[in-house]
Design a protein around this ligand. Structure first.
Ligand code: C5P
Length: 218
């Protein structure tokens, strides 16, 4: 446990990914996007014709996921799947498979492998509660559902997708409800997490806050 880890957990579209990646960049640390692993597991299972309800089947796929991260890109078996796993449907599929305890266990070792010197910033739902319980800094990032839906909406539109704000907010609230109510590693703040609500914070100010807490914790 001597390699430093900063955990950033929180609900859908809270900005965890952007915040974690920027904080990692500033500190020169590695970055783990754990949600991508659940997205990839669902994606690979669907490709293999395995039902998302089949926990053992999806876990089998997750255990030997041929994944490689390179900058902002994700490769599965050498194929660039970065865009394919970023759709709302892929997020919903990830949320379904992530409720299977077997799938979560299957991905544990892979996630632990990201903890390398000089340090790691990991984002997800259970980084601080389950995957890195001994982390030196845990942050629970939230924003109002309205703010989160609006950000996701702008993201989708800027990428040329069509969407309505109302349906996005509905989808993300449904996904959060599932993530918070599941038995296996439900989404909730770790007991020792610092709460950060970024509804009215710029991304730069959020990164500053993380770095300030990080310096204060050492
Ligand atoms: O963060 P992202 O939206 O990519 O996550 C997709 C889904 O994967 C989440 O809705 C959640 O169900 C699941 N997930 C999880 N544990 C994590 C990260 C993501 O259960 N650590």
């Amino acid at each position: 446990d001597h390699i430093p880890v900063i955990c950033i957990d929180g609900p859908t579209a809270s900005g965890k990914g952007t915040l974690a990646a920027l904080a990692a960049h500033r500190l020169g640390y590695h970055y783990l996007d754990s949600g991508a692993l659940y997205r990839l597991s669902a994606f690979a299972a669907a490709q293999a014709g395995i039902s998302l309800d089949d926990g053992d089947g999806v876990a089998g796929i997750a255990r030997t996921l041929p994944v490689r991260f390179k900058g902002e890109k994700v490769f599965l078996d050498g194929k660039d799947v970065s865009d394919a796993i970023r759709t709302e449907a892929a997020g919903m599929a990830a949320s379904k498979v992530s409720a299977h305890p077997q799938v979560r266990t299957a991905l544990l070792e892979l996630q632990h492998g990201f903890r390398c010197l000089p340090g790691l910033v990991a984002d997800g739902r259970d980084m601080g509660t389950v995957v890195f319980p001994g982390a030196q800094l845990k942050i629970y990032l939230t924003a109002s559902a309205e703010h989160r839906a609006e950000r996701r909406y702008k993201q989708l539109i800027s990428k040329g997708n069509s969407a309505t704000l109302a349906s996005i907010q509905q989808d993300l609230e449904a996904r959060d409800a599932r993530d918070m109510s599941r038995k296996a590693a439900p989404l909730k703040p770790a007991d020792d997490a610092k709460l950060l609500d970024n509804s009215y914070l710029s991304i730069e100010n959020s990164v500053d806050q993380v770095i300030e807490w990080w310096q204060g914790s050492r």
